[in-house]
Design a protein around this ligand. Structure first.
Ligand SMILES: Nc1nc2c(ncn2[C@@H]2O[C@H](COP(=O)(O)OP(=O)(O)O)[C@@H](O)[C@H]2O)c(=O)[nH]1
Ligand SMILES: [Mg+2]
Length: 431
């Protein structure tokens, strides 16, 4: 009878794992099973679902972000011209459905608005960080939901195209600050914008200067992967020419008999798709043709994983308990719940105690105030009584004075009437 390869499941501990792996037998299949078609199944599934890609463009106003995106996808995403007078940095989000052959791509382009226009550029990178984190948070929340949506639209940023001004000198401090604050959250591909404004010699020096500045500032940019041998060579050669010097234009220009996309100057035509003129094609190939899946994978397994790890740790979740033994989600949840109840109980007791103390304090305060009022009342009452007595005394004295006065008055009147009667008697006698 034919020997058929069988899949067996053996539970192994971590230490045993390597030994067991080494002892797994590799069998040559003697008949056709059909699992060689697995990749085709995946392709069909992916084609049905369609693909999505989210790009973040960071760069000063007017540096050529919209033009480059339109050139990359050979379309017009209808972006209005930005003003230089925004008080803060903002983000503009545009989503479009694109189709090439029978492959559907949902493209989301997020561009900075007003970046580098403020006098105080201190917090210019904050809205960018907030946006990147908000997309990670939305994904995490979806992942933690009981009823998850399988049609969830992943909005995490897969790549950040960082537009560097073609100064020919060095990076600006804003460039370093921004890249430093987002390099652990997103895959950064640095671009020298409007590279047609820098001469070939200056461009080489500028590229080296930028790379040495990035290295000395400890900024991690995205490096095209070199572990897959089918793309290792092209990717390592592309890593060597970073940052890409790009030129964007959707204008069609006639060169000989051909019509190409380019920029027309008095001295000639710059063809954006000519690799001798700029790195536009290299960027497009690296971004869309060769490394789109790796950019998405890095976003998921590296940047999102870091965010998820930090967030869950902050919430108190961990993989091992205090005794360094693996701990399940359920156990952590139970422990957290117990901890929460105990904390609630403690806080409730504390609140009760504080409330009772407050009531006591208030009661004492009321009693003191009452006593104070009583004392005040007694004092006032005493003063009033003294006042009454004083007034009584004064009244008595006045009455005595009145009586005295009346007596004196009566005596006076008597004295006044007596001489008159005597005179009258004298007159009568004379008659
Ligand atoms: N010389 C040159 N000009 C460019 C390039 N890309 C865009 N521009 C011009 O720069 C201006 C601003 O471009 P735009 O894409 O709107 O900049 P955004 O504000 O960053 O989106 C437009 O007049 C473009 O024609 C380029 O690569 N080279
Ligand atoms: Mg724009």
């Amino acid at each position: 009878m034919e020997e058929r390869p069988m899949a067996t499941f053996t539970k192994t501990s971590n230490n045993e794992d390597t030994e067991k792996k080494e002892s797994i037998r590799c069998l040559t299949t003697l008949s056709h099973f059909g699992f060689e078609c697995l990749p085709y199944q995946l392709v069909t599934k992916s084609m049905e679902q369609g693909f999505s890609f989210n790009i973040l463009c960071v760069g000063e106003t007017g540096i050529g972000k919209s033009t480059l995106i339109n050139t990359l996808f050979n379309t017009n995403l209808k972006d209005s011209r930005s003003s230089h007078f925004y008080p803060n940095v903002g983000l503009r989000i545009q989503t479009s459905d694109l189709q090439e052959s029978n492959v559907q791509l949902k493209l989301t382009v997020v561009k900075t608005v007003g970046y580098g226009d403020q006098i105080n550029k201190e917090g210019s990178y904050q809205p960018i960080i907030d946006y990147i984190d908000a997309q990670f948070e939305a994904y995490l929340q979806e992942e933690l939901k009981i009823k998850r949506s399988f049609k969830y639209q992943d909005s995490r940023i897969h790549v950040c195209l960082y537009f560097i001004s073609p100064t020919g000198h060095s990076l600006k401090s804003l460039d370093l600050l921004t890249m430093k604050s987002i390099d652990r959250k997103v895959n950064i591909i640095p671009l020298i914008a409007k590279a047609d404004t820098v001469s070939k010699n200056d461009l080489q020096k500028f590229k080296s200067k930028i790379m040495s500045e990035l290295i000395s500032s400890g900024i991690q940019i995205y490096h095209f992967p070199t572990d897959d041998e089918t793309v290792a060579q092209i990717n390592s050669s592309m890593n060597a020419i970073l940052p890409f010097a790009v030129v964007g234009s959707t204008d069609e220009v006639k060169v000989g008999k051909r019509v190409v996309r380019g920029r027309h100057y008095p001295w000639g035509v710059l063809q954006v798709e000519n690799e001798n003129h700029c790195d536009f094609v290299k960027l497009r190939d690296m971004l869309l043709r060769t490394n789109m899946e790796d950019l998405k994978e890095q976003t998921h397994i590296h940047h999102y994983e870091c965010y998820r790890y930090r967030k869950l740790r902050k919430m108190g979740f961990t993989d091992v308990g205090p005794d360094n033994q693996p701990i399940s989600f359920q156990e952590i949840y139970e422990a957290k719940r117990l901890q929460f109840y105990e904390q609630c109980h403690r806080e409730e007791e504390e609140l009760k105690k504080r409330f009772m103390q407050q009531v006591k304090d208030r009661e004492t305060a009321f009693k003191d105030a009452e006593k104070e009022l009583q004392d005040k009342f007694e004092h006032l009452k005493r003063i009033q009584q003294e006042e009454i007595m004083k007034l009584e005394e004064e009244r008595r004295q006045l009455e005595e004075e009145i009586i005295e006065f009346c007596k004196t008055k009566a005596a006076c009147e008597t004295l006044q009437t007596q001489p008159c009667t005597n005179i009258k008697k004298d007159k009568d006698r004379k008659k």
